[in-house]
Design a protein around this ligand. Sequence first.
Ligand code: ACO
Length: 356
Amino acid sequence: MPASLITGWGKCLPPAVLSNADLEGLTDTSDEWITTRSGIKERRISHVETSDLAAVAARHALAAAGRGAEEIDLLLVATCTPDRLVPAAAALVQQKIGAARAAAMDLNAACSGFLYGLAVADQMIRAGSVRRALVIGAEKLHFFLDFTDRATSVLFGDGAGAVVVEASEEAGGLLAFELGADGTAAEILCIPGSGTEGEPSRERRSRVQMEGPAVFRRAVEAMGDASLRVLEKAGVSLEEVDLLIPHQANLRIIEATARRLGLDGSKVMLNLADYGNTSAASIPIALAEALEQGKVRPGALVVFAAFGGGLTWAAAAYRWGARVTPLAASAASLAPVGRSGRELLEPNVLLYGKGV
Ligand code: ACO
């Protein structure tokens, strides 16, 4: 049975920055509170659509893998903020990058979506129905932010990350994954009004709602336990882990998860200070940056762990191959932005008002 290897990786962060200081003018908060409670210093606000972010990340991943878009059999976009419900963001990405031969679909498991997507691609590769997949996590979360709610609006940001996954006869690659969900806790993190529940209405508004402390407790438990189970499934020990790449939701959640696992902080990839919580995009962005920063060595054992709305959770154990550098670079980039992060949020402020 072939193994699934990540052969390319890429990211796309929209250029407009929203700092904690910018948020002080939008909602009743402070840089000090956001930094100490979450570890976030700034986030990006997208001036383009989710599929645009996804397409740029995909082009970088394809270049890194040395592959053309027409070589892709399966194109998966993990997102809870697609441009439209129909067609899937994956179909829009297919059109933008020219992946003419690919089956294309979206997958929504909130912040765990990228790892769910990786597992789907892995299983289709092992079954022999797909040879090459593009798995993308992409989000434009700012669309759903209400700045009168300081408990949620300071946490999220926009971005995309992507990987090319290929069938290989080499040893290693994705060793094991663990997926789970607890739908009884669906209400503690949700975006009501974002789908078809209720009647059609002109007044429909949809914004992120969250019971932060409840999500916090469950996140630590779910990410820690899923990581331990995945190591057991993969037949490797915690001592062998070289790098944990967790979903970047909150520094305190990540630190508590590492403590629960007994994993040294130096083995944990962090970039949430720069981007906040980008939901399904956070792990592929963090992976791309870990590779850029030389944190993934040839042969490294990498563990990914995530949790998100649903509540969902996921973990994967991955043995990296010999190549940790891209085969080629892509010049793909977004259209220029003429507005600041703060200016891009004016529609949210007009809809809900400011929280200060
Ligand atoms: N600025 C200033 N004060 C604030 C803010 C803010 N932005 N937000 C909340 N507060 C206040 C609260 O009103 C409360 O005040 P009170 O004591 O007077 O009532 C106080 O700070 C403490 O609030 P808590 O919610 O108890 O703060 P906590 O330490 O739990 O931190 C946080 C809140 C950061 C949301 C934390 O609970 C957390 O990270 N939870 C998980 C969130 C998360 O990861 N969500 C994403 C899930 S992934 C996905 O699927 C999208």
